[in-house]
Write a new protein. Structure first.
Length: 513
């Protein structure tokens, strides 16, 4: 039945109306039944990919020819992906390649497109996690809030979908917060500035420094500690200093939300990729700790000594946090409704090398796994004027359009670099109208192509917003954009007026990330 998932995935990508998307997915889940429906949710939500399958875009460039007819089931596809993820050690790359070819060789063209999107996290169907949650609710005939709460507490879309589709709302009510099992983290909406953020909150707001580290959720039960990332991966063995910090707290059991960050001289944050690389490394933790120590900063408390705090107002959770965690391990904050004080607090955060502030509603519960009005992030966005060097053909509703842009800066005489230096790719920020326009304009400048990418004359200048820069060995300048998105094309600028590699390097040296 993988072909039905592929068909519905394409239909969802092409459907603009949210309710219609939910209806399509709910119909699919009813058609598949509980076991296959739960597996389909895991596939579409990206849970299958979170097994660290070890397959990236490069491995998908030379696949077997599509199968002439569908034969793959969703459960055997899930098993095949798990088998690929389990391959480690000597010869792992060749064995993964063999298993990947075997899987894709049995897949039809639409199924190959679905699998490729799953493996690289590029289904492009619009807020898919939220859509799937509502689709599970519709298919199972249960309230959507019950599904969302179960997802928050259990963390596994597959487990929640299976429970809802099998036993309905009573099974969902059985899910609760359990110390030692990760909870989906609460997320923040965005505002352009602190004044706009304050306007969304009734009364004084709590402001906190927004640290450019990795999100961590630390669980302690007696002398047992578990540390999870934002994506719910467990990294306990890699971060012994976080374990020690948790064990030093005067609590019996707790679930803490916060950030871990590598600090340099004077307490300034080191670049994001330094922190991320340390947390991701499976090498000798003691050696890595000595080279790049991580420090936790906590900002929320979800459970304390047998009592769940998720549904309490944030102010009460913070009061409990102050009693449980010393000030040196808490994120600096300020309670104010004054726009001037809020702006000064933002400047102070930026001056200390952090990426912005979070503005929080003291009355809000912990809405895990969701972006809501309770948390609002404010951070200045950098922009660069870059040149389009190439573009990749889109998939799903962007099929037939040039979508993913290859972005470059001028070398401007920088030694050892080509005239145009690639800094990254993005398909974010493109409207339907802009897709049509840029496809026409880029094809008019085509100088070559392969099966996925069209190379163009470096003439079109595009303004790109991004959240920071990180070191990257993939690109000639050693830098890559983080979370880049298109703001607008600059038809008022020539390519010779685009930003230079020197300017990009100066920006990287001046700010966090």
């Amino acid at each position: 039945m993988l072909h039905r998932i592929a068909e519905i995935s394409r239909a969802v990508a092409a459907e603009p109306a949210r309710n219609a998307k939910v209806g399509l997915l709910a119909g699919l889940l009813r058609e598949l039944g509980p076991a296959e429906g739960a597996a389909a949710v895991a596939l579409l939500s990206g849970e299958s990919r979170r097994q660290r399958i070890g397959v990236g875009p490069a491995a998908l460039g030379d696949l077997p020819a599509p199968a002439p007819a569908p034969s793959l089931g969703v459960l055997e596809t899930e098993d095949a992906l798990a088998a690929i993820a389990a391959v480690h050690g000597a010869g792992a790359r060749a064995e993964r390649r063999r298993l990947l070819d075997a899987l894709f060789g049995r897949a039809t063209g639409p199924e190959q497109e679905l699998l490729a999107g799953v493996l690289v996290g590029d289904l492009r169907q619009g807020a898919l996690d939220a859509l799937l949650g509502d689709a599970v609710a519709k298919a199972a005939g249960v309230p959507a809030p019950a599904v969302r709460r179960a997802l928050m507490l259990r963390g596994s879309a597959r487990a929640v979908a299976g429970a809802a589709l099998t036993d309905g709302e009573p099974a969902l009510r059985a899910f609760g917060l359990r110390v030692g099992r990760a909870v989906r983290p609460m997320l923040a909406a965005a505002a352009p500035d602190t004044a706009a953020a304050l306007e969304r909150i009734d009364g004084p707001a709590a402001l906190e420094w927004k640290l450019d580290g990795i999100r961590v959720q630390v669980h302690r039960d007696g002398r047992e500690v578990a540390v999870f990332t934002r994506s719910l991966d467990e990294i306990t063995g890699r971060v012994p200093e976080l374990v020690e910090a948790a064990l030093a707290l005067p609590v019996g059991s707790a679930v803490l939300d916060g950030e871990a960050i590598a600090l340099g001289p004077g307490g300034r944050p080191r670049p994001f990729q330094v922190t991320a690389a340390r947390a991701a490394s499976r090498q000798d933790p003691a050696r890595l700790r000595a080279e790049t120590p991580l420090r936790p900063f906590f900002f929320d408390l979800l459970h304390l000594d047998g009592t769940d705090l998720l549904d309490l107002p944030a102010a009460r959770r913070w009061a409990a946090l102050e009693q449980a965690v010393p000030a040196g391990l808490r994120v600096p904050g300020l309670l104010t409704g004054d726009p001037g004080q809020a702006e000064a607090f933002l400047r102070d955060a930026l001056g200390h090398g952090h990426e912005g502030v979070l503005v929080k509603d003291p009355a809000a519960p912990y809405a895990a796994g969701r972006r809501g009005a309770g948390w609002i992030k404010v951070k200045p966005h950098h922009t660069l004027d870059l040149v389009v060097l190439a573009a990749e053909w889109g998939s799903g509703r962007r099929r037939g359009f040039l979508s993913n842009l290859h972005l470059g800066a001028r070398a401007a005489g920088a030694q050892g670099l080509p005239p145009w230096v690639m800094l990254g790719k993005t398909f974010k920020g493109l409207t339907d109208e802009l897709l049509v326009w840029q496809t026409r304009e880029l094809l008019a400048r085509e100088v070559g192509r392969d099966s996925t990418t069209v190379r163009v004359r470096p003439e079109l200048v595009v303004e790109v917003a991004f959240d920071g820069l990180q070191r990257s060995p993939r690109y000639p300048a050693g830098l890559a954009l983080r979370f880049a998105r298109v703001v607008r094309y600059r038809d008022d600028k020539l390519a010779e007026e685009a930003d230079t590699v020197a300017a990009v390097r100066a920006l990287a040296a001046a700010g966090p990330g």
